[in-house]
Ligand binder design. Structure first.
Ligand code: ADP
Length: 752
């Protein structure tokens, strides 16, 4: 029910109805208003303003209860704001009772009409909340809208409990004035609160940016945070950030909210255009209504949902690095103060962005560094491996390796060097090179000279130094040494590193080869010259040779041919044994027969020597290649004769012994289980020096005694013997005393 001033005036006077009529209201309108204004204006705290207005109004009007309700921003809800006239403990509960406006008909009416609403009888009036009326015992109620500058922000209730009170129209006018006075004070307090809150929020935002700075967020996170905070701070609909690509590698635009792609698609060109303007101006740029702005520009068009724009340049060290812009769906939304806020926030944000860029670069560098560190670690591991490999090579090399310091003193010596020299590592470390590798006197070069030369020249030696050294036991060894110069490093060095190979055997083979060549040419030439001489003489028609001389010459040719044949046979046999093309033709043979045959055949050519032969009367049966065994015997008897220049007896013996023939116990004493045929050829000739004993069966080996050099020979006879005997699973060995003679033994497995 609408009650206007006129209607109020026809009501009964309040004096008649209400003994508690508010005297002061009648007294002086302006004094009352001043009092409310003073009470409300004495603080900017919204809560206090509300409480004071409620109290003051209740006291001035004489109402039993005064309450204030505020509309929420949606204008759908009524928020209980302050109450006076009830127990304070109950007030707190009351304040929690938020009402949908449609359920509070009195307020709804006051707000919609902008006029006071009078309830004369709360108990019967259909607009009242009966529960509340019952609870409080209300008799009459007056509701006035709280309006400021034409905008309703809530309602003010005056309730009378003890008795109904009817206000006069003058009183209602004063109460309306009080309400609008209160509304102004409330709005002021609200504004103040809001600005305080936004200051608080701004501080919070700045702190978050500060935290981001300290946390070293990555660039994308920082950009998003900046736009998020700016949007939140200005309660904008959407925000965007553009970055001028300074080093090419950085992002250009960041949007919030990122889950609103329609903004992204449609606003991006608009933002770019506005950002350009911000950069051109170099200061904040505000567009109160984009519809008007875009209509007047040659811009990219408009977006229906965005109306207000505020953008600020992001300055860093006097340079604009980008822009930060926010949009609002409604026009004219951002105040100059807010744009100032955005600008100072932008300054802070620019630092954060710079920091994030720096951080990104640092991170990149750190990554590169850690990659480099990883590479170093890999290198270290491979170096370790390499070192291990080198160590294995050093330890297991068959070549001797040593390293000498700048004074030519040995600092490393491997096991092969120990073998070669006969000195142990602890014995040679710190000693001069010449101590470990003494050369032959007057037989340069020496290894110690070569070592010094490398250290003096400071270069790696290309050529290999061949030298003779004398080892600890006094034996000469031929060596080939190659040298590397190891430059000083980390305070160590320089060093000379040498790899020394024992080439004695190779030298020996070379010597044997050249000896062989001269032997072969000599051995071929001698009989050939004889043959040629005799043949030429026989063919000379001028010489009338008698029959006896002719026969002698022909015999000479015959002997020389035999010698040639023997030589060629020996060469062929040796090469057959070497190549493995040798096959035995095994037969059951009485070795006694074979011995008789050979000895008998040779008796004619023994000259001054006596040839004695002892064989068991029953013979000795063996499974052998008879021709080959005869060859062995022939070679041994030939040698016995050749190397007994003084003549003397050559004793050939055949007997049966027991056991296999191990090297150190040729006759196999102690093993009675197996019988062998044992053949021996004993002479009383020059004998063999002990150090040559192990070489006499080698191919091409010939002794170095002058007598050996004088007699013809190939160095193949004993090699062939050994090859044949071993092919029969037998053994051959020699016992000898220089100057007294030698005995060669052959043991062969005996059949049966
Ligand atoms: P060659 O007799 O042609 O030199 P051999 O292989 O038959 O070759 O013998 C090798 C070397 O063994 C001889 O050069 C000689 O120094 C030594 N030798 C062999 N038999 C005897 C022996 N009965 N007495 C002394 N030295 C011998």
């Amino acid at each position: 029910m609408l009650v206007d001033r006129d209607k109020a005036m026809v009501l009964p006077t309040s004096t008649e109805l209400s003994p508690a009529s508010p005297v002061r209201l009648r007294a002086d309108e302006s004094a009352v208003l001043l009092e409310v204004a003073q009470a409300a204006g004495s603080t900017l705290d919204l809560h206090e303003v509300l409480e004071r207005v409620a109290e003051k109004t209740a006291r001035l009007t004489g109402a039993d209860r005064c309450s204030l309700w505020l509309l929420d921003s949606t204008h759908d809800l009524l928020l209980p704001a302050a109450i006076y006239g009830i127990d304070p403990s109950f007030a707190a509960r009351w304040k929690r009772k938020i009402l949908p406006i449609k359920d509070e008909r009195l307020s709804q009416e006051a707000i919609t009409t902008g006029q006071p609403v009078i309830v004369l009888d709360a108990a019967t009036d259909p607009r009242t909340d009966k529960k509340a009326v019952d609870f409080f015992g209300d008799k009459s109620i007056l509701v006035v809208p709280l309006a400021s500058k034409g905008r309703v922000i809530g309602t003010l209730f005056l309730n009378h409990i003890s008795r109904p009170y009817w206000y006069s129209s003058q009183e209602i006018a004063i109460i309306q004035a009080i309400a609008s006075q209160a509304a102004v004070a409330i709005e002021n307090a609200q504004l103040y609160e809001e600005s305080r809150r936004s200051r608080h929020e701004l501080l919070g935002s700045f702190r978050r940016i500060g935290d981001a700075l300290a946390a070293g967020l990555d660039l994308a996170d920082t950009l998003r945070l900046v736009v998020e905070l700016a949007t939140e701070m200005l309660r904008a609909t959407v925000g965007g950030l553009t970055l001028r690509p300074s080093d090419g590698a950085l992002g250009t635009t960041q949007w919030v909210p990122s889950d609103a792609p329609e903004h992204d698609a449609s606003v991006r060109p608009l933002l770019a255009e506005l950002a350009d303007k911000v950069v051109d101006r170099g200061e904040p740029f505000y567009v109160a209504d984009l519809h008007e702005h875009v209509a007047g520009s040659n811009g990219h068009g408009t977006n229906e949902s965005l109306r207000t724009y505020a953008g600020v340049p992001l300055y860093l060290r006097g340079e604009i690095i980008g822009t930060l812009g926010v949009f609002h769906a409604l026009p004219k939304r951002f105040s100059p103060a807010e744009i100032d806020l955005l600008a100072s926030f932008g300054a802070q944000a620019a630092i954060a962005i710079d920091n994030a860029r720096l951080f990104a670069r640092l991170q990149h560098q750190v990554q590169e560094l850690s990659a480099a560190a990883q590479r170093n670690a890999d290198l270290y591991t491979s170096l370790q491996l390499e070192k291990k490999r080198l160590d294995v090579i050093f330890q297991h090399s068959t070549d001797a390796i040593y390293m000498a310091d700048r004074d030519g003193r040995i600092v490393a010596f491997n096991p092969a060097a120990e073998m070669l020299t006969g000195w142990s590592t602890p014995e040679v470390l710190g000693r001069e090179c010449a101590d470990a590798f003494p050369g032959e006197p007057n037989n340069p070069p020496s290894l110690s000279d070569a070592t010094r030369r490398v250290l003096i020249q400071g270069t790696t030696q290309d050529e290999v130094v061949e030298a003779t050294i004398v080892n600890r036991s006094g034996n000469r060894r031929h060596v080939a040494a190659s040298y590397a110069y190891v430059a000083a490093r980390n305070g160590e060095g320089p060093f000379a590193l040498a790899v020394v190979r024992d080439i004695s055997r190779q030298k020996e083979v070379e010597r044997l080869k050249s000896d062989f060549m001269s032997m072969v040419s000599h051995e071929l030439r001698t009989p050939l010259a004889v043959i040629k001489g005799y043949a030429a003489t026989l063919l000379n028609p001028a010489l009338h040779l008698d029959a006896e001389r002719q026969t002698r010459f022909l015999r000479g040719i015959n002997d020389a041919s035999d010698r040639l044949t023997r030589l060629i046979d020996q060469l062929l046999s040796a090469s057959r044994f070497e190549s493995g093309r040798f096959k035995l033709n095994l037969q059951i043979v009485d070795l006694a027969d074979a011995v008789h045959k050979v000895v008998g055949g040779m008796r004619t050519s023994v000259g001054s020597h006596a040839l004695r032969c002892d064989v068991p009367p029953d013979g000795v049966i063996a499974r052998v290649d008879r021709d080959q065994i005869e060859q062995v015997l022939t070679n041994l008897i030939t040698n016995a004769i050749k190397y007994s220049p003084e003549g003397g007896e050559v004793h050939v013996e055949l007997r049966v012994a027991t056991g296999p023939a191990p090297t150190d116990d040729p006759v196999g004493r102690g093993n009675e289980s197996r019988k062998v045929a044992l053949l021996s050829v004993r002479d009383h000739g020059i004998g063999i020096p002990p150090n040559q004993l192990r070489f006499v069966f080698d191919k091409f080996y010939r002794g170095d005694a002058p007598i050996v050099k004088r007699v013809p020979g190939t160095g193949l006879g004993l090699f062939i013997c050994k090859s044949i005997v071993e092919a029969h699973d037998g053994r051959i060995w020699v016992e000898s005393q220089p100057g007294q003679g030698s005995t060669f033994y052959v043991s062969l497995p005996q059949e049966g």
